[in-house]
Design a protein around this ligand. Structure first.
Ligand SMILES: NC(=O)c1ccc[n+]([C@@H]2O[C@H](COP(=O)([O-])OP(=O)(O)OC[C@H]3O[C@@H](n4cnc5c(N)ncnc54)[C@H](OP(=O)(O)O)[C@@H]3O)[C@@H](O)[C@H]2O)c1
Length: 249
């Protein structure tokens, strides 16, 4: 039997990059998947059609995780479709590195509202749908909380908050059998990383020199760890921060 058959998962920010690959990976193991996106309808529909063509079950729901009404609607649509939830992957996230001299409240709001407020809003709604058997919440953090790269104060701040929120909620939700873990990737080649100009940069080159495994990652380096955290294989694991970075720290 597949590891996630009969389970229902919501993956935020699943129209591309790491989220899209995780959505497909959870579906391959038998989960029904709600593919959330903010703007990329086409990307989300492609993920859904790849899942359904492979015999899986998925549908897309637009919703900006930084907007409370959108998040409420995302989980209401999940409830209407499946009546329950077993796995939440808080993946939707944005990143931008800039020197402190260029810091602005707008940058702070953009990154914190998506990466932190979005995680908290989605988690609040998700826990209402978890049943008596609990479930698994996987917060996509980042290896930056170990690396502390210069010019990343705001982004690393958001992911430091994710590490702390993960630890707190693992204690708070453990009595309800809800496990909460952070999955913190190193640099992964995604659409977002291309748009941010990291590919081909000195930052990428320095990672390739410093990482024991000598390369940046691909989304499918992260997905098997997410599947592990979603499944009963990790049934005794909560409050952990798993770094998937080719050993770069
Ligand atoms: N790639 C890396 O090197 C790396 C490393 C460590 C951690 N991470 C983390 O991994 C996550 C995914 O990164 P990625 O590189 O895959 O990013 P990406 O390629 O830019 O994709 C981001 C995804 O998030 C969605 N999204 C963005 N803002 C959203 C919002 N407000 N509401 C709902 N969805 C939203 C996007 O949807 P639309 O396209 O529809 O806007 C898209 O599906 C992020 O949390 C990031 O911080 C990435």
């Amino acid at each position: 039997m597949s590891k996630l058959s009969g389970k229902v998962a919501v993956v935020t920010g699943a129209s591309k990059g790491i989220g899209a690959d995780i959505a497909k990976g959870l579906a391959r193991e038998g989960a029904s998947v709600v593919v959330n996106y903010a703007a990329s309808k086409e990307g989300a529909e492609k993920v859904v059609s790849e899942i359904t063509q492979a015999g899986g079950n998925a549908f897309a729901v637009q919703g900006d995780v930084a907007k409370e009404a959108d998040v409420n609607r995302l989980f209401e649509e999940t409830r209407k479709a499946f009546g329950k939830l077993d796995v939440l992957v808080n993946n939707a996230g944005v990143y931008q590195f800039s020197p402190i001299e260029e810091f602005s409240p707008e940058l702070y709001s953009r990154l914190f509202n998506t990466n932190v407020l979005g995680t908290l809003l989605a988690t609040r709604e998700a826990v209402k749908l978890f049943g008596d058997n609990g479930g698994s919440i996987i917060n996509i953090g980042s290896a930056v909380t170990e690396l502390h790269p210069p010019t990343s104060a705001v982004y690393t701040g958001t992911k430091g908050a994710i590490d702390s929120i993960t630890a707190v909620l693992s204690k708070e939700l453990g009595p309800r059998k809800i496990r909460v873990n952070a999955l913190n990737p190193g640099m992964i080649e995604t659409e977002g990383v291309h748009s941010a100009g990291f590919i081909g940069s000195d930052f990428q080159k320095s990672i390739e020199v410093e990482a024991p495994l000598g390369r940046i990652g691909q989304p499918n380096d992260v997905t098997p760890v997410a599947v592990f955290l979603a499944s009963d294989d990790s049934g005794w694991v909560t409050g952990e921060t798993i770094v998937a970075s080719g050993g770069h720290r």
